[in-house]
Write a protein that binds this ligand. Sequence first.
Ligand code: GLN
Length: 547
Amino acid sequence: MAKHIFVTGGVSSSLGKGLTASSLGRLLKSRGLKVTMQKLDPYINVDPGTLNPFEHGEVFVTDDGGETDLDLGHYERFVDESLHRDSNATAGSIYQSVIAKERRGSYLGRTVQVIPHVTDEIKDRIRRLATEDVDVVITEVGGTVGDIEILPFLEAIRQFRKDVGRQNVCYIHVTLVPYLGPSGEQKTKPTQHSVTELRSRGIQPDVIICRSDRSISAGLKRKVSLLCDVPVQAVVSCTDSPNIYEIPISLHEEGLDDYVCELLGFDADEHPIDLSAWATLVRRVESAERPVRVGLIGKYVNLPDAYLSVVEALRHGGFVQGVKVEIDWIQAEEVEGLLGAGRLADLDGIVIPGGFGERGVEGKIAAATYAREAAVPCLGLCLGLQVMVIEYARNVTGLAQANSREFDASSPHLVIDLMDEQREVVDMGGTMRLGLFPAKLMPGSAVAAAYGAELVYERHRHRFEVNPRYRSRLEAGGLVCSGVSPDDRLVEYVELPGHPFWVGTQAHPEFRSRPDHPHPLFVALVAAAADRAEGRLPHLIDVSEVS
Ligand code: GLN
């Protein structure tokens, strides 16, 4: 029977609860246990698909087309397992199921209440993940203890212990231990309060993970242990880390996985830990030295979480080859002005990420043109491919007014459009292409070389496609559609022969990149960018010698 770990957060949001949970997932997996993870989100949206990235960061897409919280991206990257739409449940989706059952008459006329009906539904979502082959389910409860919306979730996880037995459940509370400059002290009071709040809901934490900008002393651990009624080895220090992939190692050094295994009755001798592969990875991240500057042309550059998986995939693509990717966040709307001022000249590579809506699109198109003309390696992701196609149509094939139906439905050349059957569907929500789709790659193309395969699967999340009516014209103009759907209807990849790397994909490859299996397209982009950076070096040396 699967064991359950519940992770709650106290004091403040953005404590890195997701990273902490993921890191524990990695540690347990490194002990040979089969781990799966889940996020319960107390907000009312049915899924994060419609949430503004400004507020919630990126929407992470699973193989089965679930639009989920970005923490699932951390889970996948750390635990190296593909999750599913069921791995994320919001209050909205839970209420939706309960209300649907009520409408069907499944409650036989009884009054439908938070306890037991909503809590039963929450428990059902947790139980669904505890399949035969799983040893441990780690469930992170979003939000902070003390929030109004979180109450049904706390009640459900409290009941869960009784349902499956005390020995099968472990509660981990992640809290903040702030350092107060003026008094020069780390304070445990907020932790005490949040543990008191958790207890008032009937949950006594088994483990308290103290997040802080500096490590927690033995004395402070004893204090937390005394006041929060947990053994001292259950108080774990987790300090801010510049390299997130180091967190599992530091939590292991704090004894977290040993203690959790003991609590859940996993025999440490039967499940010895092997962290050598992960430690090698961490060393690789830290020893990556060759700097490469990649411009990320985005709409939400003030909120890097909006492009979390893209940034991680770039880093993975870098450290596997000893390259340290430095991201230059470029506001899409400013690209034209920056180009005029020559301010993009020091970029070694460009990424044009996905996005929705018209704002900033012309800047992204200008960036694609610049990359093409100046031979700067460039990778377009989803909307990125679409703007590459628009730029090529406008500037190379003579369709000066080419556009996408998303931005200008009156354009005479809709090179990016809805497919005919989609246009008939009125409800836009229903027309999105979501989840894993196959693509055939053209032998000898840059993408086939990067993947080392001719049939690949990637995750998608978009409505618009390259318009098949313009494909032959674009191809006649030199654009190579180097990957297509197996039925040849949809363009999945475009590229430009003779360019160091100018590749667009209709998919979101960033969602499948893992630190230990970096995604081939990001590896190829970073390799091309590193070549450019190094190619420039002699030139720079010449200049300095002259001056
Ligand atoms: N807005 C574009 C579409 O819907 C691209 C979406 C994306 O980049 N995820 O087709």
